[in-house]
Design a binder for this molecule. Structure first.
Ligand SMILES: [Zn+2]
Length: 144
């Protein structure tokens, strides 16, 4: 698997906007991809976790969002969540709860940075976020 994840500027803006809207709580949503592991879709979900520094999604909302992604031609790529006032890295809880082979984006509101991680086998690796063209604006395919 590649160690980078292309994210169009449009998606980065959506992620930061969703993180701002959810603050002071954590934002959470699903990521979808239509080509080449590029994040082309973001579906915000209600955060049903009790604590302020946690996120959790309802199983039925998750299933509906995956169905929505697949019906529109995307496949499930992973999750995004925010750290309204913490660092953009993974928390200890995040590391424990990572889903294998899924992209996990963490959006920090302090510096408006986004970082990407993936658990493969037993190892958590940080992925490089690269710019991506956006197929909705007519330049499909190119990863950079
Ligand atoms: Zn986190």
């Amino acid at each position: 698997m590649t160690d980078e994840v292309p994210i169009p500027l449009r998606i980065r803006r959506e992620l930061i906007a969703a993180a701002r809207a959810a603050a002071p709580r954590e934002m959470v949503g699903l990521l979808g991809s239509r080509y080449g592991g590029c994040v082309t879709d973001f579906v915000p979900l209600p955060n049903v976790a009790a604590g302020r520094d946690r996120f959790a999604v309802d199983a039925i909302a998750f299933a509906a969002a995956v169905q929505q992604l697949e019906a529109s031609g995307a496949s499930f790529l992973g999750f995004a969540h925010s750290h309204p006032d913490g660092p953009t890295g993974l928390s200890a809880t995040d590391r424990r709860e990572l889903w294998r082979d899924c992209v996990q984006l963490v959006c920090g509101l302090g510096d408006e940075q986004i970082r990407a991680f993936r658990l493969s086998r037993e190892t958590v690796r940080e992925l490089a976020i690269v710019a991506a063209s956006d197929p909705r604006f007519g330049t499909a395919g190119a990863a950079r």
